[in-house]
Design a protein around this ligand. Structure first.
Ligand code: DQA
Length: 147
């Protein structure tokens, strides 16, 4: 059993990756992203679980439950990034090192996407590298935990 296990959380509308605004989010599906992450996790010798939900409370519950099971989190909270004090408070409460990931560069887009409620409670943020943002996020959280 690997000592480190990472939880990857995908927020609302990310189940539609591949179909959803491909000019912004690319053509890679969430299944393909998760496959790449499982293969990276194997190479990094860490455990990995991936969960997608369109519901804020389910994401909050998953963050709470991670206390028993995971040492690191990578989260793309989707639109909840810009609205959710509840997800921010959950990350702050559990104190599990968390990396925030976004496919698009949220700072080059509409003004309302420039503010992240999560930014102040995460270890760091990766934004703008498409599907690779998740892979970079996984690498970053594992490096952080191994430090
Ligand atoms: C996103 C950016 C958010 O602004 C948006 O609401 C999303 C996806 C991204 O991965 O680029 O749903 O988090």
């Amino acid at each position: 059993m690997p000592e480190i296990s990472v939880l990857v959380l995908h927020g609302p509308n990310l189940n539609l990756l591949g179909l959803r605004e491909p000019e912004i989010y690319g053509s890679t599906t969430i299944e393909q992203i998760n496959q790449a992450l499982y293969s990276d996790a194997k190479k990094l010798q860490v455990g990995l679980d991936c969960l997608q939900s369109n519901h804020e409370g389910i994401l909050v519950d998953a963050i709470h439950n991670a206390r028993q099971t995971h040492q690191g989190i990578v989260i793309n909270a989707g639109a909840y990034t810009h609205t959710s004090v509840a997800i921010r408070d959950a990350i702050a409460a559990v104190q599990i090192p968390t990396v925030e990931a976004h496919l698009s560069n949220i700072y080059t887009r509409e003004e309302f996407r420039h503010h992240s409620y999560l930014a102040a409670v995460v270890v760091g943020q990766i934004s703008g590298f498409g599907a690779d943002s998740y892979r970079l996020g996984l690498q970053a959280v594992v490096n952080y935990l191994n430090r």
